[in-house]
Design a protein around this ligand. Structure first.
Ligand code: HEM
Length: 449
């Protein structure tokens, strides 16, 4: 079974724009002359050879420093075979926003309900959807380049793309609304109810998803405002959930992020190059090939009761050490998990009810890409509620994600401190190539052919 260390954690130096490189060079040249003046004064006292060495060292140090605005200037291309924001190294800030098509019946109480619609209704919804996707495609392509959207009154806010990505998804009901239920991927439906769930209508379902992520929270907020303003009247907001990860530059570049329990979270990941994360030839819906399925679970983490648990108990409930992320059967984070290893008393070293033992893939198909984002928000009454926006990406939710979620819902020691309060599933269409865009294409246009 292929697992590779966190393809999502690699740093993004190669994505820095040429603008940022020239900026570095300018800073370096300016720094050198200032350093040279200082060093020249000292050289009179200590000799020229020493001055040269110091100047060289200062120059080297200046060159090694990234441009002070490198994080803000970095860009991720909008166009491509796959939508950005899935296998992209995750950014520090994000917002997941769900929308319903305007005028669609309220289905918060019954997601499975199929709306009864006439031909005029479905035509109207299809036209609205097309309009939304065109706006998001056009404005999105501009925003990721640091350009403002058309008719934007605040172009200054778009200047720092900071690796901005926006990823679009379709909820299960959308296909009925536009009169094309036959185009819905088989695996696209609301997850079954699990006993561990305490779902809140405020965080479930949705006809459309917009996932916006960047390394600058201002960029995320601006893109979120602009992209929703551009489709006002066509959609209504259903829910908004903000998440964060470690800040760029705050930790060693390839370190796995920690969740709010303090655990290294995101170690075991599939190869994003195969057919596990993106739909391949075996996806029935041809228009979805190159796309991906997203399961988003909002999971509250009970910090107060977790704080009462001592480190050995914490490690046993996870199956890994919180300090290093190493499995209890290994020494280092990326050592293999050995679920058969026994201690001297004949007991499993990794408890069978631990999170890792329950979640570990039993077949090569049970792998999916996990991109968890932390959240803290007001739970009502002023106290913060903490947790994880658990985002899982896979080619087939039924085959890859569901068996793992079912096992975890049945038994998982971590359930003692966690409660899912939101759940949504989306089909993320493939990306839009540059030539397709030039020919008038837009994200998700496969639905209209
Ligand atoms: C608040 C809820 C959760 C927390 C705090 C959490 C935390 C963790 C941590 C710390 C690890 C070990 C390191 C790693 O491989 O990333 C892990 C592994 C994993 N988790 Fe979770 N997780 C949560 C929910 C979920 C859910 C809902 C699923 C899927 C339905 C899931 C699936 C997995 C999988 C597949 C692994 C890798 C297991 C392996 O092969 O070793 N987790 N999780």
């Amino acid at each position: 079974m292929t697992t590779e260390p966190r393809p999502d954690e690699t740093q993004h130096t190669s994505e820095h724009s040429t603008r940022s490189r020239s900026h570095t060079r300018r800073a370096f040249l300016g720094g050198t002359s200032a350093a040279a003046v200082g060093v020249a004064g000292g050289a009179a006292l200590t000799g020229c050879a020493r001055a040269d060495t110091d100047a060289d060292a200062a120059a080297k140090a200046a060159e090694a420093l990234p441009s002070p605005t490198a994080i803000g200037e970095a860009q991720i291309p909008f166009h491509g075979e796959r939508q950005a924001g899935i296998a992209t190294p995750p950014q520090a800030h994000c917002v997941f926003r769900a929308f319903d098509l305007a005028g669609a019946p309220d289905n918060r109480r019954d997601y499975a309900a199929t709306p009864r619609l006439g031909g005029d209704d479905t035509k109207r919804f299809a036209a609205a959807l097309k309009g939304v996707l065109r706006v998001w495609t056009d404005d999105g392509a501009r925003l990721v380049r640091g350009e403002s959207g058309l008719a934007d009154m605040d172009p200054e806010l778009a200047e720092n793309p900071a690796r901005l990505t926006l990823t679009v998804g379709f909820g299960p009901r959308l296909f009925d609304l536009i009169g094309r239920p036959e185009l819905r991927p088989r695996w696209l439906r609301q997850l079954p109810a699990f006993e561990i769930d305490d779902l809140d209508d405020r965080f479930n379902g949705g006809d459309l998803l917009l996932h916006i992520a960047a390394d600058d929270p201002l960029t995320v907020a601006n893109a979120s405002r602009l992209l929703s303003a551009g489709v006002r009247g066509l959609v209504v907001s259903r829910w908004t959930q903000q998440g964060f990860r470690k800040a760029s530059g705050a930790h060693p570049k390839d370190m796995t992020q920690r969740n709010l329990f303090g655990q290294l979270d995101g170690t075991v990941q599939p190869d994003t190059g195969g057919d596990l994360v993106f739909c391949g030839a075996d996806e029935d819906q041809e228009w979805m090939r190159g796309g991906s399925g997203l399961v988003l679970r909002r999971i509250v983490m009970n910090m107060a009761t977790w704080e009462e648990v001592d480190p050995p108990q914490r490690d046993l409930s996870l199956g890994r050490r919180q300090s290093t992320g190493a499995p209890l059967t290994g020494e280092h984070e990326f050592d293999p998990v050995d679920l058969d290893a026994k201690d001297k008393a004949g007991l499993e070293v990794i408890p069978p009810q631990s999170h890792v033992a329950r979640a570990h893939a039993r077949t090569p198909e049970e792998l999916f890409l996990r991109r968890p984002f932390n959240f803290t928000s007001d739970a009502g009454g002023g106290d913060p509620e903490s947790g994880l926006l658990f985002a899982a990406y896979c080619a087939n939710v039924d085959r890859q994600f569901l068996p793992v979620q079912e096992r975890l819902a049945e038994a998982d020691l971590l359930n003692t401190w966690t409660t899912p309060t939101g759940s949504a599933v989306f089909a993320l269409p493939p990306g839009l190539g540059e030539s397709q865009a030039e020919a008038g294409g837009f994200l998700g246009d496969g639905l209209f052919t």
